[in-house]
Ligand binder design. Structure first.
Ligand SMILES: *Cc1c(COP(=O)(O)O)cnc(C)c1O
Length: 469
């Protein structure tokens, strides 16, 4: 049985880069294998698509690039060069943003912060997106005399949203507002913020409605918030073939049930739960099914009617109220803007009869939070007659769990040692959330790829300068 293909959606620039096999091999020779390649020009195009949506609605806005999505210097410098803001979630990211040229008034510090991170944020004169009451009180304590710290209150606990470990619960906002009033010579409330772990428009609309009420309450306390920060969560489009995804998912479930050939390795169920001759629940890889672009999701949110506002669209309500919309996109800005290239070391048969294609990288290097990637890697084999096969890609760690795909993947033909294997769309969380350094393997190099005067030019990520060459 040969598994259904789940082809990746590729940006035309990446697709063009990959047509040059010799160029890909030359990059591996020069920078080593495996290799992370980032495409700053795709970042710029993603940003332009989001800005276009906001401009159509004449929405006053600020886009803060969520740095945590990737450590790349090329991306953070591209963001600084484009004039947007940045969301940093650690002291390391704060330093990276400063080095990239972000001025203090375009840096927002998010995430949970201890006293060290709060001191660093104050030292940088950045805006602080406050996670909890302790942070708020500590900021008031630590703020140097004569300075007023700009703050956003991150809130959570919206009806209909799953519980969050982050933010100030709606029931505690009264205490936060009292603190802000008491320390008004130290803290200035810019507005309210949230970040939801979902792409569902209805949930976001609901949270916006609650935040507008909080803004009213803040006015009643004599505060003057003007910002509504809706966080990140705009999605990526991974697959070029939604039907292929569905066909694969069906085949996988049939294999789990035993009513079809097994597509899974060992006891993996990918989040599914098999009981009473049925497959229950949802898979961990569901995000790979999305076909709606980040720009479309944003447009739908702005056009959604806001309950309690006479059915006015959310975007129009913000404009009516002279509010500024802040967004913190991470994965949407780097969608398609990175790939990872590895090489085949050898191919072997396992005792189960399965074919294992061994690569020179580990699962952690291309997998976000250990969630199976339901997009096929691309083998750049020498051109030959296709002989489709189902294989598992195996990693280079001597750990049973280091299978890069714990599912069978369709390949056009069995690869040979040295063939490059491309993992598409890895820039968002896949490469940098858990980059493996186990067994003393070196961290893969990261290199920016630029399309310039009809050619592809490679530049080590750390040396990339937007605009300059
Ligand atoms: C991670 C994070 C983001 C970015 O989320 P994406 O889903 O990548 O857009 C934005 N804001 C906060 C507070 C975050 O923690």
């Amino acid at each position: 049985m040969i598994p259904p293909a789940v082809p990746a959606a590729l940006d035309p620039l990446v697709a063009a880069f990959l047509t040059d096999r010799d160029g890909v091999r030359a990059a591996l020779r020069r920078y080593g294998s495996p290799l992370h390649l980032v495409f700053p020009q795709i970042f710029t195009a993603n940003l332009a698509a989001l800005r276009a949506v906001l401009d159509v609605g004449a929405i006053r806005h600020r886009i803060c690039y969520a740095h945590k999505v990737n450590r790349s210097a090329a991306f953070v410098r591209t963001a600084a060069h484009a004039g947007i803001a940045v969301d940093v979630a650690s002291v390391g990211e704060l330093r990276s943003a400063q080095a990239a040229g972000f001025p203090a008034d375009r840096i927002e510090v998010t995430g949970p912060k201890g006293a060290t991170a709060l001191r660093a944020a104050l030292g940088a004169a950045a805006t602080v997106n406050v996670d909890n009451l302790w942070e708020l009180a500590t900021l008031a304590d630590l703020a140097p005399a004569e300075t007023i710290v700009p703050v956003l209150l991150r809130v959570s606990g919206f009806s209909g949203s799953s519980p969050s470990r982050f933010g100030i619960d709606l029931t505690e906002v009264a205490t936060a507002l009292e603190l802000l009033v008491r320390h008004r010579n130290r803290l200035r409330l810019l507005g309210f913020a949230f970040h939801l772990d979902t792409a569902a428009t209805a949930e976001r609309v609901n949270a916006v409605g609650d935040c507008l009420e909080l803004i009213e309450r803040a006015y009643a306390h004599g505060l003057a918030p003007t910002v509504l920060d809706i966080g990140g969560g705009l999605r990526q489009v991974f697959t070029a073939d939604a039907d292929g995804y569905d066909a694969y998912d069906r085949a996988l479930r049939a294999g789990l049930l035993g009513s079809g050939p097994a597509m899974h390795w060992g006891n993996n169920t990918f989040g599914y739960h098999v009981a009473e001759a049925k497959v229950h629940g949802g898979p961990v890889f569901h995000k790979y099914a999305n076909t709606e672009s980040a720009a479309d999701i944003l447009a739908a949110l702005l056009a959604a009617p806001l309950p309690g506002h006479g059915g006015r669209a959310l975007g129009a309500v913000l404009t009516d109220n002279l509010l500024e919309l802040w967004l913190e996109p991470g994965k949407a800005l780097v969608d398609h803007a990175g790939i990872t290239v590895a090489q085949v070391e050898f191919v072997k048969q396992a005792g189960t009869g399965a074919t294992l294609v061994h690569l020179d990288l580990s699962r952690d290097t291309v997998t976000a939070a250990d969630q199976e990637v339901l997009i096929d890697p691309i083998v750049l084999a020498e051109v030959a007659e296709p002989r489709p096969a189902g294989v598992y890609f195996a990693g280079h760690l001597c750990l049973e769990r280091d299978l890069i795909t714990q599912r069978q993947v369709r390949v056009a033909r069995l690869p040979s040692p040295g063939d490059p294997v491309i993992f598409p769309n890895t820039a968002a969380y896949h490469t940098d959330l858990s980059a493996a350094q186990a067994a003393m393997h070196p961290t893969p190099a990261k290199v920016a790829v630029l399309h310039h005067e009809g050619r592809f030019v490679l530049c080590p990520d750390a040396d990339y300068r937007p605009g300059g060459r």
